[in-house]
Design a protein around this ligand. Sequence first.
Ligand code: PLP
Length: 414
Amino acid sequence: MNAATAIPTAFDVQRVRADFPLLSRSVHGKPLVYFDNANTSQKPAAVIEAVDRFYREYNANVSRAVHCLGEEATSAYEGARDKLAAFINATSRNELVLTSGTTQATNLVAYSYALPRLKPGDAILTTVMEHHANIVPWQLIAQRAGATVKAAPIDERGELIVERFFELLTPEVKLACVTHVSNVLGTVNPVREIARECRKRGIPLLVDGSQAVPHRPVDVQALGCDFYALTGHKMLSPTGTGALWAKKEHLADMPPFFGGGEMIREVRFDGTTFAEPPHKFEAGTPNIAGFVGLGAAIDYYQSLGFEAIHAHEQDLLAFATERLREVPGLRIFGEAAEKEPVISFLVEGAQATDLATLLDLQGVAVRSGHHCAHPLMQFFGVPATLRASLAFYNTREEVDAFVEALVKVRKLLM
Ligand code: PLP
């Protein structure tokens, strides 16, 4: 097939790529093709420079100092909260707890919201396609409370069997948890519909948005969920940044999870009182520089616009899927009707890790392994897959280079 058919013109991908310094490097003497974006994204210069500027010009701790640097640092850190609140359409900045990532966000809900409410015989409902960060915290607290964790099934295409999810929303379920987008399959789950059914039954819903926020506009009010967890490093920001959005009434009802500085009103040995949410959940010095970077990342997303990002990514997804189907013996895992640009696959007769290692020698970075989704691997009956996960700064030419490299390394292993 002719790989060089038109790239959408509304989106100048070469101009965008110029914003990402790392993309111009080579690996093992070959131009880098970075297709490990679901693992972590690359960072635009605007983010790198914002972090650099923080340390060079106004590094100070937040909230504690009245001096100029402290005020500038606090204003940038709290400014990131404002930007993130607007980015996901939270009704209030106070509904946004800044965390180190999704893992801390789901654990916060587990220990502060769910555990105090769980009784023996209760259950938490999740799905077979979840990342371990949306399974293991529930298992840990269920074990403590004498509760169980149930998992709704998926079908061979990698779509959630929604009717089964609804059937499993029985009265003993005290919390339902679902990923917005699967990190392995790219499947987009019908979160609005799921939230509607959960509301009908009075069951709160947590959505893992880690793989959604980098690709699509998220409106937590329109989704109608109770909790939304996200991680910054997959959305152009530094590692160690993320957030838990939660409805005000939930945050007001939740006891603190971590104790320490920043989260108190007054500490006394005869009774400590706590700050209002979200600060009640933000003990200790946060990743200030990281959140300064996250604020710059949101500005960057908004300068491009999700319409253009989505169109380009969907074009890449369709193109890459079509090209991969040309590779003999290749099986794709995840063929949902609605997908983000994540393609998991295996090639008959070749181990995933061997292929990933050989692809790296060709300059192509893909992930191989279980992708922190053991139950999903068990469902498909495989120990691992390769995963090519694309971002808006990738190109059709890179897809061609990847497929050509794959065909070449496959032959070496046959
Ligand atoms: N949930 C999903 C769907 C993910 O893809 C990831 C990261 O791979 C996580 C949760 C965990 O994110 P973090 O390690 O940044 O907390």
